[in-house]
Design a protein around this ligand. Structure first.
Ligand code: ATP
Ligand code: MG
Length: 456
């Protein structure tokens, strides 16, 4: 056992002491067969293998296949450098600076090929692995061997390698055992690994949501609430990508609850977290948004991130707009100014590309216009490019307990072409506090349940 592998075995920490660093599971002892691997991934594996390089499937492709799920994508690990891989495949491109990779492109399928990584220590003469003040890995381009690569991965169940040379499975750090126990366990010392890359905390939550029946190992769960503030150091563009992965995977309801329980959510959407704490209707709206998103995904329908984000940020926008209105501003400019402020605060945490923030603003703005059904111009809104999203959002607000004077129904009937119904009682803008039903007391999930880049 190499020194590096030895040091991840903490004395007294559960099964790791008895678990061999490497366990080889022969082809007849595991369930993966080549028929479950995409043709594109097989092509990449075989070409690397035939060129004399190591070629193994790793990560979600192995994990999900073993769990009887269909993998989202296939990742390949090799001892060939990114440049060597790039030379071998005409249909490939080098990507990433902080973590160099090769994407081999087959139509819509992309196979990610990563060169084995070594631990980020200064003993490497090229010193291209860099660690920041807080232990965060800034670049991770020191190449190593398969064993070292396994130790750089996040969870033990993500360090299972399917070797195309002999179809055997290589499990490191107890990954085979953990897979059978349905346990998510970080490789190495959890606190160090979260500090190296705080996004691993979000990955833990994502896998918990995605993998049925899995639990977080206690020592993997424990440091999360304490280290949650480290998320604020992650570049906002990466956080945005992670958020989409978190919420658009069909398990948004569970994910929101887990993020809140582990005190992570407030470091991603601080303004929303505040509203969720203060306002039961905001909680209801967030839950309905998640349910709605999950249902659409389960039904194979598309989900637009802007709808989802518009809804998550709405309670804040409405709150700030109310403040501006109380200071004497007219509703429309108040809403616009509130949108500016809320978006400016949010993009410090999660970058929101313009292609999403523009429609978000339109949805918000239409929340002021849709209630004005007496206006002669009301019908014109039906042709507004964002009408459908804004109308769906209006219904979601009503469903979450906001009394908008029945305008949702009015728009529904208008679209069903039953003629324009008699306008319901004049609806006031969402900013009218007295229109809201009395607040009900609801139990909020407890803030702390358990006390828990690459590409860092
Ligand atoms: P899925 O593709 O279903 O989201 P995955 O586990 O394949 O899950 P990827 O983001 O595709 O996730 O990453 C592939 C593999 O790379 C992971 O299984 C893991 O071994 C490794 N990895 C990815 N991100 C990190 C990280 N932040 N820290 C350490 N290892 C990571
Ligand atoms: Mg993957």
């Amino acid at each position: 056992m190499s020194n590096f592998i030895k040091h991840i075995f903490q004395p007294g920490s559960d099964h790791r002491e008895e678990t061999p660093a490497l366990q080889i599971i022969s082809r007849d002892e595991h369930s993966i067969s080549r028929s479950q691997i995409s043709d594109a991934a097989l092509k990449v594996l075989y070409r690397l293998h035939n060129a004399g390089y190591e070629a193994l499937l790793v990560g979600g492709g192995v994990r999900d296949t073993l769990l009887g799920m269909s993998p989202k994508d296939f990742d390949v690990a090799t001892d060939a450098t990114p440049e060597q891989v790039n030379k071998l495949f005409r249909n490939s491109r080098l990507i990433g600076r902080r973590f160099k990779l090769v994407h081999v492109v087959f139509g819509r399928e992309v196979i990610e090929v990563a060169t084995f990584r070594a631990p980020p220590t200064d003993e490497h003469s090229d010193k291209i692995a860099a660690t920041g003040d807080q232990g965060m890995i800034l670049r991770d381009n020191v190449y190593g061997n398969r064993e070292e690569d396994a130790m750089r991965r996040d969870f033990t169940i993500n360090a299972l390698y399917y070797n195309i040379a002999d179809f055997s499975l290589y499990a490191y750090a107890g990954g085979w055992h953990d897979l059978k126990q349905r346990q998510l366990r970080l490789i190495g010392d959890p606190e160090t690994r979260y500090r190296e890359d705080p996004v691993r905390m979000l990955r833990a939550i994502r896998f918990l949501g995605k993998l049925n029946g899995f639990t977080l190992a206690p020592d993997t769960a424990a440091p999360i609430p304490m280290l949650a503030p480290l998320l604020e150091q992650i570049p906002s563009a990466r956080m945005f990508d992670e958020c989409l992965k978190l919420f658009l995977a069909g398990k948004a309801c569970e994910t929101l609850e887990l993020l809140r329980n582990y005190q992570l959510f407030g470091h991603i959407f601080p303004g929303t977290e505040q509203c969720l704490r203060d306002d039961d209707q905001a909680c209801e709206l967030a839950l309905n948004t998640m349910r709605n998103t999950d249902k659409r995904i389960q039904a194979g329908k598309s989900v637009t991130p802007y709808f989802f984000l518009a809804s998550l940020l709405w309670p804040q926008v409405a709150r700030v707009a109310r403040e501006f209105e109380s200071a004497g501003m007219a509703p429309h400019p108040a809403l616009q100014k509130a949108a500016d402020r809320v978006l400016a605060q949010q993009i410090r945490h999660t970058a929101i590309p313009k292609r999403f923030s523009i429609p978000m603003r339109e949805i918000w703005e239409l929340q002021l216009r849709l209630p004005k059904i007496q206006s002669r111009k009301a019908r014109e809104l039906l042709t507004h490019p964002r009408f459908r999203a804004a109308y769906d959002f209006l219904l979601l607000r009503e469903q979450s307990g906001e009394d908008l004077g029945g305008v949702g129904k009015w728009w529904t009937r208008l679209q069903e072409d039953e003629g324009v119904p008699e306008a319901p009682r004049r609806s006031k803008s969402y900013t009218d506090e007295e229109q809201r039903p009395p607040r009900k007391r609801r139990r909020r999930p407890s803030s702390s349940q358990n006390n828990n880049q690459r590409r860092g």
